[in-house]
Ligand binder design. Sequence first.
Ligand code: HEC
Length: 138
Amino acid sequence: MVRKITRLAICFAAGLFAITLGVGAFAADDKKADKVLDVEEIMKAGHSKNGYINKIKTATKGEKWEDAAKSADALKVNGEMLGKNKVEKGEADSWKKLSDKYAKSTAAVVTAVEKKDAAAVTKALGSISCKECHDAHK
Ligand code: HEC
């Protein structure tokens, strides 16, 4: 009996904890809520004129590493999210390969920015091959 009550109490506490976490995450940043951005949203956020890539380039040029880090982190979050989408065009295997590659490239941008290494930033951004993926999946 006592054990049963203890177990119940633990379940209850764990449940409350999970709810608190959930609410916390939701309130912290609407971008980081469990919503997965679709491919179009990720493309626009990362690659448009005022997108993360251009912001990273400008900040890197001016050695504004904190600004670069903010955009690079956001690009990486989206990089991890890209592959959670399905695409209508192209083979699933190819999409997995190319979206993984995008995730790796965007992660490499973050590493380069952390090292304040402008040449490495340029190289990591250069490893994002828009055309390769668009030819196959856009
Ligand atoms: C791993 C694959 C992949 C990579 C890498 C990629 N794209 Fe895309 N992109 C897509 C797909 C798929 C679409 C089509 C999305 C749709 O219409 O639903 C797209 C669409 C777009 C669009 C149109 C978005 C809209 O408004 O409909 C733009 C702009 C774009 N990409 C820019 C770029 C640029 C610039 C790069 C390189 C810096 C890039 N993309 C790299 C997969 C990729």
